[in-house]
Ligand binder design. Structure first.
Ligand SMILES: Nc1ncnc2c1ncn2[C@@H]1O[C@H](COP(=O)(O)OP(=O)(O)OP(=O)(O)O)[C@@H](O)[C@H]1O
Ligand SMILES: [Mg+2]
Length: 247
């Protein structure tokens, strides 16, 4: 499905991400303790919580980058045992914390590399055009070295590169980290379009109020467990926010 389709795939049966009873441990020390969550096509779901709560571990475990137990279903398919490069081909993409663009390569080459995980090679040109329309700066600076872009521009590139793999599920780890307020707005306007195009968006953030207001649902993670599930209207409730921050 393409960006701008206006959510034609919204709510299709079985589409999206389902996580059941996810556990992660590092050297026997638990970091994620039995998380279950669902992100349907056309939804954005937030994951917030204090440092060390297990947010990044959850995304990495879904991606197959670290060991886990529990079930992960992508568009209804159990992806048990798949390494990250194969998980990408099932339709999951991760924009990791800190962006990680290839600094020495041009913007255009970074985007080209993102297409390696595509299931449908034929949609390449169309996908690229959609991404360049969503992030015009990537078109303007196509020949520039990625390392010379500002933080906000690099975040747009990192998201664009992830979209080049044509994911049904887009996961982002703290996309607003270190960005100016304007750059944060640009990123979240893009996430709104991506959600509107029928993709499932799972976003880890530190900025609780902003995330709760943006997402269809937000889970609060404390010490590896989901302790609260919040709706957009909860963003205005001080007592709820206090609980989200301090447990
Ligand atoms: N590679 C690792 N080896 C050992 N322990 C780890 C490793 N990565 C994370 N941990 C531990 O697992 C727990 C969860 O870490 P994780 O990075 O998932 O948290 P987080 O919610 O993303 O935190 P932050 O907000 O700081 O990014 C923490 O106690 C952390 O110290
Ligand atoms: Mg983290």
């Amino acid at each position: 499905m393409s960006i701008g389709d206006n959510g034609s795939a919204r709510g299709s049966i079985g589409s999206g991400l389902v996580v059941e009873n996810l556990h992660v441990a590092y050297g026997g020390v638990p970091a994620v303790r039995g998380i279950s969550l669902e992100v349907k096509a056309g939804e954005a779901v937030g994951l917030i919580g204090p440092n060390g709560a297990g947010k990044s571990s959850t995304l990495l475990a879904i991606m197959g980058a670290i060991g886990r137990t529990g079930r992960v279903l992508v568009d209804g398919r159990d992806i048990a045992g798949l390494p990250p490069e194969k998980v990408v081909r099932t339709g999951v993409a991760l924009v990791p914390e800190g962006r990680h663009v290839f600094a020495e390569l041009t913007v255009a080459d970074n985007l080209r590399l993102g297409a390696v995980g595509r299931r449908d090679r034929s949609g390449y040109a169309e996908a690229l055009e959609q991404i360049l329309t969503m992030f015009p700066i990537l078109r303007d600076f196509g020949h520039r070295q990625a390392g010379l872009l500002s933080g906000g521009q690099q975040q747009q590139l990192a998201i664009g590169r992830a979209l080049m793999s044509d994911p049904d599920i887009l996961m982002l780890d703290e996309p607003s980290l270190g960005l100016s307020p304007t750059a944060v707005d640009t990123v979240f306007e893009a996430l709104d379009l991506i959600r509107g195009a029928g993709k499932a968006v799972l976003v880890v953030e530190q900025r609780a109020e902003f995330t709760i207001a943006f997402c269809d649902r937000t889970f609060v993670l404390h010490d590896g467990e989901i302790t609260l599930t919040l709706k957009p209207e909860d963003a205005e409730k001080v007592d709820v926010l206090t609980k989200a921050y301090f447990g």
